[in-house]
Design a protein around this ligand. Sequence first.
Ligand SMILES: Nc1nc2c(ncn2[C@@H]2O[C@H](COP(=O)(O)O[C@H]3[C@@H](O)[C@H](n4cnc5c(=O)[nH]c(N)nc54)O[C@@H]3COP(=O)(O)O)[C@@H](O)[C@H]2O)c(=O)[nH]1
Length: 710
Amino acid sequence: MQGRWHVSKAEDTRLQLLEQQSRYESLFTHHPDHVFSLDLKGYVTSANKSLCEMLNCNESDIVGHHFTEFMLDDDKAEVIGYFERAIHGERLRYQTRALDLQGNLRHIEIINLPLTVEGKVIEVFGISKDISHDVFNEEEMRVLKRSVDSSANGIIIADAKQPDHPLTYVNPAFLKMTGYSESEVLGRNCRFLQGEGSDPEVVSKLRTAISQGSDVNVVIRNYRKDGTPFWNDLYISPVRDNSGEITHFIGVQQDISRRIEAENRLDYQSTHDVLTGLPNRSLFEERLSHDAELAIRNHRSLVVLYVDLDEFKPINDSLGHIVGDKILQHVAERISDVIEPGDTLARYNGDEFLLLLPSLMHVDDAQVVAERILTTLSQPFSIDSETVYLTASIGIAEGEFSNPILAREPHMLIRQADMAMYQAKKGGRNTVHWYSSEITEQMNERVILRRELEGALQQDDLQLHFQPIVDSKTGRTVSVEALVRWIHPKRGMISPAVFIPLAEQTGQIIAIGDWVLREACTTIAKLNQTREEPLTVAVNISPLQFTRSNFLCNIEKLLQEFSLEPSMLEIEVTEGVLFHDEEIAIDTLHSLQNMGIRVSIDDFGTGYSSLSYLRLLPVHKLKIDRSFIHEVTESERDCAIVGGIIDLAHHLSLVTVAEGIETAEQEAILKQQGCTLLQGYYFARPMPLADLNEFLRHELNAPLDNPAPN
Ligand SMILES: Nc1nc2c(ncn2[C@@H]2O[C@H](COP(=O)(O)O[C@H]3[C@@H](O)[C@H](n4cnc5c(=O)[nH]c(N)nc54)O[C@@H]3COP(=O)(O)O)[C@@H](O)[C@H]2O)c(=O)[nH]1
């Protein structure tokens, strides 16, 4: 009985051991972590399924191999150290790296457990876990944090789950940009960056996006700790967790103040005149369109003033551009001082200003404004050491709200004001003229005339007439003045007084002038072939033609072509050529003198320039303007002026010509005053070449007034 009991107890123990072993084996085999055992030399004695899976191999590829075979060379010494400590009974946990059979790297965490029997370590158990994923995540997080920390953009993170979304992170760039310290901003909503200059619309856009959990990009004016503003280009995005719930908001911001300032500067430059700081043409036109819309909506009228300085060019040319610029700046200031805040004053062109009056109580008030402008401009301008007197001509155009043109083409108002200004100029300058539809008709007339003049040039409708100029002593023709005529196919002869000023404005004078010069040279060359005493021909040259670069060259070619002595050609210029471009004009005068061509100052006495220029200029003749001759017999003043001019000319060794002599009395006075040459209807009107030939033939046969002594 006792023996049977012994047998069954031993059997029980064996069964229990078997059960434990099977439990252990099952735990070992199916443990989700990698479990292995090493002998005291470090050779693998067993490895579970999970370890084989991690190392991509079978148990036989591991068992019997030394654990270091699965380690990186760099890590071996350290891990051997841990193993040594384990075989001395220490339980250890450490992280290292393993290589699977294909050479793939794994980050693992190992626990080394020494297996001790009767106080002696007989084996070392290892339990390891693949932590590659965690390590990569951690590394990724570290890189991300470093990137965010070192980003040049300001980066902020706000907690979306806390009330008022307090900041939980700000990077150094943010602190640098705003001047705050971390402790001053963490825990606060970042609206502390906003201030009175932050556009409420932009702020509301931000708020809406945040409340809707959507991305948003705004450019907002923010303020640094010291109160200085900056332009913040801000992107805000929600950050969601795995369930899609917004946990944070991330903001990336950039200080774009410099860019905005540069853009603003560019914008300002493209809409303002650099010299005066006034709006320029394009901004004026923009405001005109805008104010026209308002005027129509509010049943009000709109008024445009076109202000053009009188004779500014001569001032600019004679005093220099620096003084000219300063005058324009003063003009801008003075006009600005007499207008109301809602009005727009713009510099339109060189010396032309535009004024838009959108809110007049009565349209007639524009006249008051215009007169105020004339008054303020009439005060002398003291620029450096110069005192300058200025006047202006002002054109006014009214845009009635009911006039469809205002809605369709508000810019027409500028054109109309321009036309009115032109009339103001014609009306004697320093005056105001209101636009009327008749002006348009006149302007249309100009447009037609201009087009027809173009045709005249091509169809040979121009003709040259010649007016004799006689010696005051002998009464004999010594010269002829070439005067152009336009023989219009329908309108007959059109006076040069009509088309020459137009041609000067359109530039057609160049072609006309070239034609006149050629025609004059060819005629005088032919005329003189049969004359004992050769005649000279005087040709009027417009300022534009005179200052052209090829002017002298053209003349030289013509003289050569017609074998004409240079002294046979005279150039008549008005004082205006000097103001056109003084430097070029003086050079040209010297060149003409060197070529042997004489120059007369035409219409002398009508310009306002200083007489001192006569000392300096290489001119030969003064032609006394016919306005002085007209009254010379009745007006003592005119008589004195004419006498003065003749005296002055004689002292300067200049020849004088009196033009516009119509009566014997006028001739007598001029002769008495010692005028050298005489010209006028009294002697002969301008005539075509055929008539001139006849006139000269007749003159040759007539006895001399005062025959020259033998
Ligand atoms: N650049 C150019 N200008 C030219 C040319 N041809 C003429 N002109 C200029 O046109 C203006 C008008 O000229 P016109 O109608 O020919 O008048 C000239 C004479 O007819 C006129 N004149 C001459 N004598 C008398 C007179 O006794 N009484 C009177 N009422 N008029 C008279 O004067 C004009 C000549 O003037 P001026 O040139 O100043 O000597 C005129 O400004 C012409 O210059 C051209 O080819 N090119």
